[in-house]
Design a protein around this ligand. Structure first.
Ligand code: ATP
Ligand code: MG
Length: 425
């Protein structure tokens, strides 16, 4: 499925790039043609003007004769300047003036301006294109006639052919490269999706596994309870108590799963409020005095004397810190210490939960925030852990645009650090 999406992404990318490229190439080509033709026309006009200025129209018996110096023009070929295919002279009635006018356009095609015309002069196969300029000739204020000149467009055609060749090689090559880049980018774009997909799969498998075990336990307890003799009321009662315990644990698990699903992503700034974090932490710590006494743990607070304000959701932050403090108390043997520290840094506050407990092996540290991850599942399951506490804590801290990190040494203890921004998110 992911490979298909990747292929689709690459395909769409190539198609889009292809569309852009072809349009771009087309626009470049059109602009190039227009630019070349404009320059060509300008040259043609200048050359025609300088050519015309060398000739004279002499009125002769109601007609004109054309003279170049003292020489009278006998045929249109006499008056062809270098580089022109032909130069034809006409009177003001658009009648050709030369004898050899077979080469010249007829009277009805004398239309002022530029024209592109086909001209099969050299070979019937290779069609040559000419650029033709028809220009009126003024003698003072009087229009004395017209001249039509034509020049081969071959240099422009050659340039255009070269450009077409470059484009026809360049566009498919670039498209090929775009396809490869698209495939590569598709892979990069699919990576987070792939990771999320794998995480979701693992999560679903873990959640199902975690729910299957208590359901099996509920079933067996119920069956044993039902099989008990009628005069024995103690056994069913015991089994029912077991079922109650298991159901409570299941309910906690489902609550945690729901929590994770509901609080995905960043928090809405509207849900955040100014929180006096020092008093908040002091109150939180009071709740752990009893637990600490029961386990003979000493709880130490190292908090600033002055109040500090952060923007947070108090309920969520409490949940995250409780998960860390629960762990610290759970994984610290009797007689150990649990410290809650807080200090401000440049633009953030740092809250640390430090314990002198069993610690976490280095190889487990990178996975510790994963859902359902437990260092020693047999041990933690017996202590009622699902491996969701840290995942929830991390999700809450991230939702507050904060960071959570851990340092630990086996046998010495663990430090969880939560950093939260001081300013409004
Ligand atoms: P839950 O919190 O869902 O009830 P849990 O405590 O097992 O269960 P997490 O809080 O996510 O799950 O912790 C994951 C694992 O990390 C724990 O199983 C434990 O092995 C280890 N761990 C967490 N905190 C500590 C700590 N302070 N000291 C030693 N190990 C810890
Ligand atoms: Mg925990």
């Amino acid at each position: 499925m992911l490979t298909r999406s990747r292929r689709r992404l690459a395909y769409l990318f190539t198609l889009t790039m292809g569309g852009i490229l072809v349009t771009f190439a087309f626009v470049v080509y059109i602009l190039f043609v227009r630019e070349r033709l404009r320059n060509f026309d300008l040259d043609l006009k200048n050359e025609t003007q300088s050519h015309v200025s060398k000739f004279k129209y002499i009125p002769n018996k109601g007609q004109y004769i054309i003279k170049y110096g003292n020489m009278q023009l006998e045929s249109s070929l006499d008056g062809i300047p270098k580089g022109f295919e032909f130069a034809c002279w006409y009177d003001d009635d658009k009648q050709p003036l030369e004898i050899n006018y077979y080469i010249c356009p007829p009277q009805n095609s004398v239309k002022t301006g530029f024209q592109t015309i086909p001209f099969n002069q050299y070979s019937a196969n290779s069609q040559q294109w000419l650029r033709q300029l028809t220009s009126p000739i003024q003698n003072g204020n009087k229009k004395t006639g017209y001249i039509i000149v034509a020049k081969s467009l071959q240099p422009v055609q050659k340039n255009l052919a070269k450009l077409r060749l470059y484009l026809s090689i360049g566009v498919p090559t670039t498209l090929g490269i775009a396809g490869i880049v698209g495939w590569f980018l598709g892979g990069v774009a699919m990576k987070p999706t792939k990771r999320s997909y794998e995480q979701l799969q693992r999560f679903t498998a873990d959640a199902s596994h975690e729910l299957r075990a208590p359901i099996a336990a509920i079933l067996s307890n119920a069956q044993v309870g039902l099989l008990a003799p009628e005069d024995n009321s103690e056994l069913p009662r015991q089994r029912l108590e077991n079922i109650v315990d298991i159901s409570k644990s299941m309910s906690a698990l489902i609550g945690n799963l729901l929590f994770l699903a509901r609080h995905e992503g960043r928090l809405n700034p509207k849900d955040l409020q100014s929180l006096e974090i020092v008093s908040f932490l002091n109150n939180l710590l009071k709740e752990y005095q009893l637990v600490a006494r029961e386990k003979a743990l000493s709880i130490i607070a190292e908090l600033p004397s002055q109040e500090v304000i952060v923007f947070a959701d108090p309920d969520l932050l409490q949940q995250a810190l409780k998960n860390l403090l629960d762990n610290a108390c759970k994984y610290t043997p009797e007689g150990g210490t649990v410290q809650l520290k807080m200090f401000t840094q440049l633009r953030r506050i740092s809250i640390q939960v430090v314990d002198s407990g069993i610690g976490i092996p280095a190889e487990d540290l990178p996975h510790i925030f994963e859902r359902f991850y437990r260092v020693d599942s047999s041990r933690t399951r017996s202590s009622g852990g699902f491996g969701l506490g840290l995942a929830i804590a991390q999700q809450i801290v991230k939702a507050h645009s904060g960071e959570i990190s851990v340092e630990s040494t086996v046998g010495e203890g663990t430090i969880f650090q939560v950093c939260l921004p001081l300013k409004k998110i």
